[in-house]
Ligand binder design. Structure first.
Ligand SMILES: [Zn+2]
Ligand SMILES: [Zn+2]
Length: 144
């Protein structure tokens, strides 16, 4: 059963997700800001084998994260929409960019990461857990 689906702005790339969301958080780090072009990213974590690109072939770009891991970024080479990324430190996990999801009303991030980098004007939900940088090891996978 499709849990949710999404696409890039021009529609050349479309995908479906069949499994449950593993985690979701807001990240205010400079890499997330640059890759989304937005003030912060809401990152939706899923199992890569529980999603399928049903239309088109995303282009990829790789860079190193602050912790030295390889980040693979998937995007549409026609319209430029950022779609997903993968972190070499988390094999089998893919992060979906929330802005590409058709109906993301289900989303409920539990924390804000890299709050030390948040832009001063960014409205912050005070109910969410705040981390100066990354959460401590073990926090990944916690939904609530
Ligand atoms: Zn596109
Ligand atoms: Zn980030």
């Amino acid at each position: 059963m499709t849990e949710f689906s999404g696409s890039c702005l021009c529609g050349a790339i479309a995908y479906e997700v069949y499994g449950q969301v593993l985690n979701m958080w807001n990240c205010h780090c400079i890499h997330c800001r640059k890759i989304t072009g937005a003030a912060f990213a809401t990152n939706i974590f899923i199992n890569v084998n529980e999603m399928k690109v049903i239309k088109g072939v995303p282009s990829t770009f790789q860079n190193k994260s602050d912790s030295g891991n390889t980040m693979t970024r998937y995007f549409c080479c026609d319209c430029g929409s950022p779609l997903f990324n993968e972190n070499s430190a988390r094999p089998g996990i893919r992060v979906i960019r929330i802005g590409t999801i058709e109906d993301a009303n289900f989303a409920k991030p539990w924390c804000d990461l890299f709050i030390s980098k948040a832009l001063p004007y960014t409205p912050l939900d005070q109910d969410l857990v705040k981390f100066e940088r990354m959460p401590p090891t073990g926090a990944f996978g916690t939904k609530n």
